[in-house]
Design a protein around this ligand. Sequence first.
Ligand SMILES: Nc1ccn([C@@H]2O[C@H](COP(=O)(O)OP(=O)(O)OP(=O)(O)O)[C@@H](O)[C@H]2O)c(=O)n1
Ligand SMILES: C[C@](O)(CO)[C@H](O)COP(=O)(O)O
Length: 383
Amino acid sequence: MTIDAIIVAAGRGERAGGGIPKQFRSLASRSVLARTLDALAGHAAIRRVVVVVNPQDTDHVEAVRGETARSFTTVPGGATRTDSVRAGLAALADDAPDAVMIHDAARPFLSSALIDRLAEALDRHAAVIPALPATDALMRVMTDGTIVEPVDRAVVRAAQTPQAFRFDTLSAAYARLGGGGLADDAAVILAAGGQVHTVEGEAENFKLTMPADFRRAEAMLMGETITVSGQGFDVHRLEPAETMWLCGVELHEGLGLVGHSDADAGLHAVTDAVLGCAGAGDIGQHFPPSDPKWKGAASDAFLLHALELLGQAGGEVIHADVTLIAERPKIGPYREAMRTRLAQLLRLDPKRVNIKATTTEKLGFTGRGEGLAAQAIVTARLS
Ligand SMILES: Nc1ccn([C@@H]2O[C@H](COP(=O)(O)OP(=O)(O)OP(=O)(O)O)[C@@H](O)[C@H]2O)c(=O)n1
Ligand SMILES: C[C@](O)(CO)[C@H](O)COP(=O)(O)O
């Protein structure tokens, strides 16, 4: 069965506050939407993901692309969640899947086991959602808050997302729905006279709605992780050349670095620091200079491999600080470009990346202009 996913991310997040729509706010150094995408688009059952966004948020969406390796397309959303889901369904219609999961961008903590449960239930049901029993006593109230009567909590459930449907069933229900918004997609099926089944939801899969939800989410992430640091150091010989690669940026200063790969000492130091965080040895073990495969290689590939190993070890980079040591070239004119490129490779906000440069007062091999050295410290969170 082919299953596509729609992430609705066009809301304004007014109840959460925080200055920008909540799905783009940072939670322990990564945006909510990047986390949601990784959880959903990273699942093997999901073929492709459409993210429904507000066109005002283009810059935020581009920043999220830099934070995740997952691919996704975007479509403009509407005034209500219902309108946004409708736009997502229309975007999938040309190459319609057998089934679709609709998920709130604002629920970044869904587990892969929950997606498994929903996918498995889709074999038996056309509409299935995760739901949780109520744990508090429930009261029916008047608009002023005065209680009318208790509600039997055995007969209610709190509905979560992802909500999973056979694509044709959900599309037909949306086609029958008039104007106006409903709370969720289960309500759309019910309005069309359909049946909706439930699987067990997850307490951790709460929706970031109010400011306190962000505090809870931060505490959850901090409590589950430890912070580690990795350190890296590299040196390459300098010689006259047209170009030099340093921290992923091409410099045109009449100097080059000599090495087996592109000799980008900055990226090599960062790669070693990431490997340090992952407890995965050093760059020479993974990319031996004796292997002709790496001759002239762009060092981006080394860093991406180290990041992959860190990911497998349950880690994510949260900060990097690099020091470049040389008399020449002067780093100042390239500093911002290096910061931007490194942030892109590390999938970090550029504010979390720092590039420093120093000379050694004409002392030693760097002082004599024979070589360039780079040091890096990378900080990562490990779960
Ligand atoms: N017009 C809308 C409204 C909501 N959503 C999405 O639907 C999900 C659940 O909605 P909610 O938590 O209500 O988000 P907001 O509408 O952003 O929140 P608020 O009501 O506080 O502004 C969110 O991922 C939100 O981005 C959407 O795609 N389009
Ligand atoms: C879709 C939903 O998250 C299911 O619990 C919920 O209905 C969204 O409600 P909101 O009023 O848009 O927050």
